[in-house]
Design a protein around this ligand. Structure first.
Ligand code: BGC
Length: 770
């Protein structure tokens, strides 16, 4: 909350009073100095020791050169130069979170929201491995992902799809798996955007208007926004990217509380902090506040200025040493000194070379790409036995997202990417990509398909194999489309577009809703599919009696069509679950539907107060007793599951003292990860086909939200088969953040535990007493 302050006011020509300086706010984000040095804790020891030796040989200018980007010219998003006379060849940093971007011979992996919908930890890790092989083949030592911020506080956030879920537990688990997968191949993960980059509008300063300030209290910060970053640090992420926004009125990359305090002290982070591109706005201040690498250019604020700052005593040389050590220890830790292609060797300007043949369509990656696309689909409605399809004779197919985009309509030649699905006719007032299948979103989080399997192409192939007739009508204005009354099924495929740089103008669009209604009015088996870059509301058509099925496909990557066909025909049973809630109406979100816009005296220092605390998405709907259309964690299968045998107990010999006491390792105090309690249950496949269920564990922590996700496991079962699932609850899982003590507090009391198939379908419950 803002403390009382003396405002410096100016009056605009309009007569509106504006704050003319934000110095009055500086006290609000507490100062934490000096910046902690890396210590080489845990498995960083060897790499750290090598980096210390190396850095001891370097001049001040050489050390400073490691901290700032130079113009790339080789297709990398960011580049650190080689140090002459040493073995250090420089670094190539490349986007993005769903596969390497801006180059050829690579794959379009399912985007973050599809990974979130899979709730599949092993698959997530394999995706990290597959993506990282492509980064390595292209000589990109640092992958700019995964995304765990934005978390997804606001429903219309333009980049929510790049991350996994707006639940911190799910986002943290999948973020950690991604980091482990990526780094197992020797590529450094740069987990981003740190922190509270929850909206795109006003993310950057412009003219005399500062970037939006996310004003977050300490408890909310720990229990929601920092949580998944903590998991990424615990998983060993080599890099963290600081964000564009301000945080309690101090810029993300110059915020000493978040970088020196939370990240490098409380979480014991050993790697380097890199600025988002252009997110550095000060030289000395950002250096002292813990920024280690400035991108895309070091010369704006650092470079010679940083050398001067050391020489005049404004920045201690030990801080520069620490920046260089952190950067080089990641290079050593992932064996990039001995086993890595030359930086950027396979990027666009150098398309020949020995490495580019190690591409993602290796048999292993192929399977992961397809399985990832399949498990990212969530079936939320299936009535009258609509799905799976049963030997249809005639299928009618509609909708602009069904077929591969028309390159000509997009206009500009270039690498294939998701933005091509966005026609030049689409303006910021429309919410769709009308030009073709939306397999990824726009901006730096987009990726490059090796090919695109669109639903139309995949259905055509299937029709050929089965002797089915496929009729289609993709005219843009297909509100007028006619339906052949002999159709066994009518499939309508639309999308919901989002791209970096803008928040979404809405959560459903009339054009697509009318398209669906027109078909539904004529076809009594209308199956709707969305390629959706975020939540897509459906109340405008979902209760139409002829709408028999609905699938949220999310952003599946290059196997979009093949995955959909596999599910439609029942080759695979759907197993995705919503990683967010779908409410009935926009109004259900209250203030959390849209981004914050500048108002009144704060107009040139936009403010976004996170006054809802931890109550976003299902935490808020549960608290306010709002029934969503489809709840968090929901998703149907072609089979049915039964739950039984819940057991919940404090783990034998567990320490249940109020506070953790052990030293800080990577990720925080070591005993935060001690198992304090265990919950187990059985799940059985009670239907007639094979299917996977995500067993979900929710816990009601005293004085907190009614329930919060604290465990999940996906179990594949044949008909009649059962599985036993055991969840370890750590000290952190059961604790709340104590703002006085500045530690996680394990309260004494009764904890409600629930097990089931979604956040609102929880047939098993029990009480755990601590
Ligand atoms: C985005 C980052 C991205 C960077 C480099 C920025 O605009 O916010 O996510 O990694 O550009 O392309």
């Amino acid at each position: 909350m803002r403390a009382p302050i003396i405002l410096l006011l100016a009056v605009q020509a309009s007569g509106q009073a504006l704050i003319s300086s934000d110095t009055a706010f500086y006290g609000e984000s507490p100062a934490v100095y000096p910046s902690p040095n890396a210590t080489g804790v845990g498995d960083w020891e060897d790499a750290y020791a090598k980096a210390v030796d190396f850095v001891a040989q370097l001049t001040l200018a050489e050390k400073v050169a490691l901290t700032g980007g130079v113009s790339s010219g080789n297709g990398c998003a960011g580049r650190i130069p080689a140090i002459n006379g040493t073995d250090f060849p420089g670094l190539c940093l490349s986007d993005g979170p769903a596969g390497i971007r801006g180059t050829n011979l690579v794959s379009s992996w399912p985007a973050g929201n599809a990974v979130g919908a899979s709730w599949n930890r092993n698959l997530t890790k394999l995706r990290g491995v597959g993506m990282a092989k492509e980064f390595k083949a292209k000589g990109a030592q640092v992958a700019l992902g995964p995304v765990v911020g934005p978390l997804g506080r606001i429903a219309n956030g333009g980049r929510n799809w790049e991350g996994f879920s707006n639940d911190p537990y799910l986002a943290g688990a999948l973020g950690a798996d991604s980091v482990e997968g990526i780094q197992s191949v020797g590529v450094t993960a740069s987990t981003k955007h740190f922190i509270a980059n929850e909206q795109e509008h006003y993310r950057n300063p412009s003219g005399n208007v500062a970037a939006v300030s996310a004003n977050i209290d300490d408890k909310t910060m720990h229990e929601l926004y920092l949580w998944p970053f903590q998991d990424a640090v615990k998983a060993g992420t080599g890099s963290i990217m600081c964000s564009y926004n301000r945080l309690n009125n101090s810029y993300g990359c110059a915020n000493s509380l978040t970088q020196n305090g939370l990240l490098k002290t409380e979480l014991g982070f050993q790697g380097f902090v890199v600025s988002d591109w252009g997110a550095q706005h000060s030289g000395v201040a950002s250096a002292l506040a813990g920024l280690d690498m400035a991108m895309p250019s070091g010369s704006s604020f650092w470079g010679n200025n940083l050398i001067a700052a050391v020489n005049n005593g404004s920045v201690p040389e030990s801080r520069i040493d620490d920046m260089a050590i952190r950067i080089l220890s990641t290079w050593y830790k992932f064996s990039q000194d001995t086993d890595f292609p030359a930086p950027g060797i396979g990027m666009p300007s150098r398309v020949s070379g020995p490495y580019q043949r190690i591409i993602g369509t290796s048999p292993d990656s192929k399977e992961v790409l397809l399985q990832g696309a399949i498990e990212g689909h969530v079936l939320v409605k299936n009535t009258n036995g609509a799905l799976p399809l049963k030997s249809p004779q005639l299928i009618s197919l509609y909708g602009y997202s069904a077929r591969t985009f028309d390159r000509y309509a997009w206009g500009t030649p270039g690498w294939n990417n998701g933005e091509e699905a966005r026609s030049t006719a689409d303006t910021s007032t429309t919410q769709i990509a009308s030009n073709g299948t939306l397999f990824t979103g726009g901006g730096s989080g987009g990726n490059m398909p090796a090919y695109l399997s669109s639903p139309y192409e995949a259905l055509s192939q299937r029709a050929y194999d089965d002797g089915t007739h496929l009729w289609w009508d993709f005219q843009y204005n297909s509100q007028n489309s006619q339906v052949d009354q002999g159709s066994d099924a009518c499939i309508v495929i639309g999308n919901a577009y989002a791209a970096e740089g803008a928040d979404r103008p809405g959560l459903h669009d009339d054009f697509t809703d009318n398209l669906i209604l027109n078909i539904a009015n004529q076809c009594n088996n209308t199956i709707v599919v969305f390629h959706n870059a975020g939540v897509r509301l459906v109340d405008q058509f979902i209760d139409h009696p002829n709408v028999t099925a609905l699938i949220f496909a999310h952003l599946p990557g290059q196997d979009a069509g093949r995955a959909l066909v596999s599910l439609l025909y029942g080759d695979t049973s759907p197993s995705g679950k919503l990683p967010y809630s779908v409410p009935h109406n926009e109004s259900d979100y209250g203030a959390l539907k849209n981004e914050s816009l500048p108002v009144g005296i704060y107009a040139n220092f936009p403010q976004s107060d996170f006054s809802e605390g931890v109550y976003i998405d299902y935490r808020a709907f549960d608290q306010q007793d709002i029934t969503p259309r489809y709840e968090f964690g929901f998703g149907l299968s072609y089979t049915t599951f039964g739950f039984s045998g819940l057991a919940a107990s404090v783990a034998a010999g567990a320490n249940t003292d109020a506070y953790p006491i052990q030293p800080i390792v990577e990720g925080g105090r070591q005993d935060l990860w001690d198992v304090v309690a265990q919950v187990s249950a059985d799940v059985a496949n009670t239907g007639s086909v094979q299917g996977a269920e995500v067993v979900q564990l929710y816990v009601g922590i005293p004085n907190g939200p009614i329930r919060q996700l604290r465990g999940f496991e996906k179990v594949l079962l044949s008909p009649g088969e059962s599985g036993h699932v055991t969840f370890d609850l750590t000290r952190r899982d059961l604790s709340t953040w104590d703002t006085e003590k500045q530690e996680w507090l394990l309260q004494e009391g009764e904890y409600q535990v629930y097990i089931g198939s979604s956040s609102r379908d929880l047939p098993l419950s029990s009480t755990l007493t601590i």
